[in-house]
Design a protein around this ligand. Structure first.
Ligand SMILES: Nc1ncnc2c1ncn2[C@@H]1O[C@H](COP(=O)(O)OP(=O)(O)OP(=O)(O)O)[C@@H](O)[C@H]1O
Ligand SMILES: [Mg+2]
Length: 204
């Protein structure tokens, strides 16, 4: 594929939710493309469908009450044709979503270090020890204070004063293995520039 081809291409994406006996549109015929190393900001009022768009692309909408129309292509591959297993391979590897709310995005019973290492093991073939070393290197690179200690923490160990730090950690956790590939970090639009700047530093 040539360098000018879009990495992510969305054509006539519509998302409907079923409620009170009818299908209601949350996203209607949305189209956009994102090229290599391009950043696209989707802006809109609350409830306009930004998160739903990202969730639809990631294949994370509840299947029981939602319906998606349109075509989502990643590097030319039609994602709607992928099986659940195929989508799991793509998520957190070629495509990642950085969720808006860090307190509900990380698993509360697992350490932060385990969760960062997990993606490196699953998608990048790291061994456990190497993944832990890499997790430490990444947190230090984005200047998370006391990174070695933070890796051993669970979200319950974090106090309110660590909240912004947790946003950065969450972004690292969800986005790191992805490297230069698309990252649906739109959720960061709500979180101020601090988080976004930190995420940029993770870029290889
Ligand atoms: N699981 C769901 N079931 C039914 N309706 C939903 C579901 N998820 C989202 N919606 C509806 O879809 C619409 C778009 O919501 P979405 O969360 O995408 O908005 P948003 O643009 O991200 O808003 P915000 O700026 O507040 O984050 C809203 O009307 C919302 O109520
Ligand atoms: Mg949203």
């Amino acid at each position: 594929m040539s360098g000018n081809e879009p990495i992510l291409s969305i054509r006539d994406l519509s998302v409907f939710f079923r409620g009170e006996g009818a299908w209601r549109p949350a996203v209607a015929k949305l189209s956009f493309e994102v090229g290599p190393r391009e950043t696209l900001a989707v802006v809109g009022e609350s409830g306009s469908g930004k998160s739903v768009t990202a969730l639809a692309v990631m294949g994370l909408l509840p299947t029981a009450n939602s319906r998606i129309e349109g075509v989502v292509r990643l590097d030319g591959r039609n994602l709607s044709r992928l099986s659940d297993a195929g989508m799991r391979e793509v998520r957190g590897d070629a495509l990642a979503m950085i969720f808006q709310e860090p307190m509900t995005s990380l698993n509360p019973v697992l350490t932060i270090g385990f969760q960062i290492a997990e993606a490196l093991i699953y998608h990048r073939g790291f061994g456990r020890k190497a993944a832990e070393r890499e997790a430490l290197r990444i947190l230090e690179r984005v200047q998370v204070p006391a990174a070695r200690q933070r890796l051993l923490w669970r979200i319950a160990d974090l106090l309110e004063e660590h909240y912004e730090e947790l946003r950065v950690i969450t972004a690292v956790d969800m986005g790191t293995p992805v490297g230069p590939n698309p990252r649906l970090g739109g959720e960061f639009l709500h979180c101020g520039l601090g988080g976004e700047r930190e995420v940029e530093r993770v870029e290889p």
